[in-house]
Design a protein around this ligand. Sequence first.
Ligand code: PGA
Length: 254
Amino acid sequence: MPRIPVFAANWKMHKTVLETVAWIREFAALSKALSADAAEIIVAPPFTAIAAAAETARTATVCVAGQNLHFEREGAFTGEVSGAMLKDAGADFVIIGHSERRRLFGDTDAWVNRKLIAARLAELTPIVCIGETLEERERGETLAVLDRQLKSGLDGSSGDQIASLILAYEPVWAIGTGKNATAAEAGEAHTHIRKRLREWFGGAHGDRCRILYGGSVKPENIRELIGLEDVDGALVGGASLEARSFAAIVQNAQ
Ligand code: PGA
């Protein structure tokens, strides 16, 4: 079964409700010719704009994701949002373990695992981010770091759950720096991730999981990245803030 490519826009802490609605309308107008079988499009606005995004996206073939969730369903966790709340607001996906969460807010592999379980309970499709820092790459630890993040982050998952999961390989040194991984670097990481998924969760399941590349993806570099066998789309930060450049990324990948 072919893997339908996924293009996800991670807006981070950007955009008001009005800006969100305008972006989705503009993107829909720009990508009218795009068929749903050609690509799945996901936007991850800030929590405050999820409901408006979901409402606007109903008539555009765009799905909505949260950028994070707490692993409890409810409780005394000031400032946090649960999977059930994201689902209630209209999200169908959620990003888990983004490197900014890991670096700035202390998310660990164990937390990623708990959040993954919580996402599934809330019927949200998880987009789990993994990736090495520059220091880890320079020490030759890239593949070992990916193994650790995959092993603890995905612990307890069934083959079917892996098949429906979205993973994002995002080398930390490439995020927001304008310096994307080369095709050789991305190819090595993606092939390794696929190999591990096949070994640990079964060949057929590992083959169905979509693995996105993230880190300074732009209209100019998507074609080379998407051409790699195990790259099934992109998680885009900076270049997703303008509907026009995100639409160009999706278009150039076809
Ligand atoms: P970037 O961000 O495209 O701005 O590098 C990617 C991400 O953080 O998901």
